[in-house]
Design a protein around this ligand. Structure first.
Ligand SMILES: Cc1ncc(COP(=O)(O)O)c(C=O)c1O
Length: 157
């Protein structure tokens, strides 16, 4: 799932793309990500939410410099401990051909999704979202859904 937030007062930038879940284990990757500002978090890549580490890819240099200034003023930068931990995690992600973690995590997430959907389907009062299979450029095949969460709707009777 990709969320899009409008930005005001920025001449050359139109939107921030929240790519927290734009990883092959949560979502098909239909196209190369190419937004003006794209933000990511290690919490959804490896499950290390407590490490509080994220990063951004920013095209506009002025926007990047403003973000850097904000980070320095508000957060006083990212702690060295956190940086070292994130580096270690990313090294593990890249072990082998760098794809293994995504295959493993996709299977786990898909199993969770199928079990959750099956449970919700037994209910006459609730329904979960219908996510069609989609071609994934990472896996190079059509793949079934494996979102990080199940959105449940109440059926009015
Ligand atoms: C859509 C989305 N974006 C960003 C985040 C931020 O992730 P974190 O605060 O764990 O880095 C979350 C966390 O739940 C999320 O669901």
């Amino acid at each position: 799932m990709v969320r899009r937030w409008p930005i005001q007062k920025a001449s050359s930038v139109n939107a921030i793309y929240d790519h927290a879940y734009y990883w092959p284990h949560f979502s098909a990757i239909p196209a190369q990500a190419n937004g003006d500002i794209m933000i990511f978090t290690i919490s959804k890549l490896t499950g290390h939410a407590g490490s509080r580490f994220g990063w951004a890819l920013v095209k506009d240099k002025d926007v990047y410099l403003n973000m850097l200034k904000y980070m320095q003023l508000v957060e006083m930068g990212v702690s060295r401990d956190t940086q070292l931990r994130a580096l270690q995690l990313l090294k593990v992600v890249l072990e082998g051909d760098g794809r293994e973690i995504f295959h493993l995590a996709y299977e786990k997430m898909r199993d969770h999704w199928e079990k959750n959907s099956q449970i919700v389907s037994l209910s006459k009062r609730f329904t979960s979202q219908d996510i069609p299979p989609q071609y994934c450029n990472f896996f190079e095949k059509v793949r079934g859904p494996s979102p990080g969460d199940t959105q449940v709707s109440f059926l009015h009777m």
